[in-house]
Write a protein that binds this ligand. Structure first.
Ligand code: ZNH
Length: 141
């Protein structure tokens, strides 16, 4: 459950991210593919080399989806409902992978924002990414 404080902090943090969505999304994916190579198996149709335009484009989509969720913190489930269908019925990504991407995204924030990524932000954003992962996984059966 996100508290009112969490929501405020997440919204403030996203203001720092908004102008770097494509860059941060791309970097988080690159990190995920390097750190957890098994995640590459979901992207056999992608060029996964560093600098890949496909990965960059995908990173932009993923970050934009997170941005959408930030705008709907009171109803993440509704905001990501289409994506939840896609991941559960079409892509069938093992939900364990959501945690891996979440971790990589947090490393990107720490690297780029440094001291601006405060422990409070880290804690609130961790809860946010868990909530997103729960939504993306809620239709699996
Ligand atoms: Zn995912 C897709 C988001 C995670 C895998 N995704 C996608 C998209 C989006 C997303 C937005 C696009 C859609 C359209 O186009 O319509 N994801 C997301 C998010 C997350 C995720 C937000 C978390 C946080 N995914 C994930 C993971 C994985 C994945 C972890 C694995 C590993 N996805 C995927 C795939 C796809 C997607 C495979 C498809 C791609 C193409 O294009 O083909």
């Amino acid at each position: 459950m996100l508290t009112a404080d969490d929501k405020k902090i997440i919204t403030q943090l996203w203001e720092k991210v908004a102008s770097h969505q494509e860059e941060f999304g791309n970097e988080a994916l690159q990190r995920m593919f390097i750190t957890y190579p098994q995640t590459k198996t979901y992207f056999p149709h992608f060029d996964l080399h560093p600098g890949s335009e496909q990965v960059r484009g995908h990173g932009k989509k993923v970050a934009a989806a997170l941005g959408n969720a930030v705008k709907s913190l009171d109803n993440i489930s509704q905001a990501l409902s289409e994506l939840s269908n896609l991941h559960a019925y079409n892509l069938r990504v093992d939900p364990a992978n959501f945690k891996l991407l979440a971790q990589c995204f947090q490393v990107v924030l720490a690297v780029h924002l440094g001291k601006d990524y405060s422990p409070e932000m880290h804690a609130a954003f961790d809860k946010f990414l868990s909530a997103v992962a729960a939504v993306l996984a809620e239709k699996y059966r």
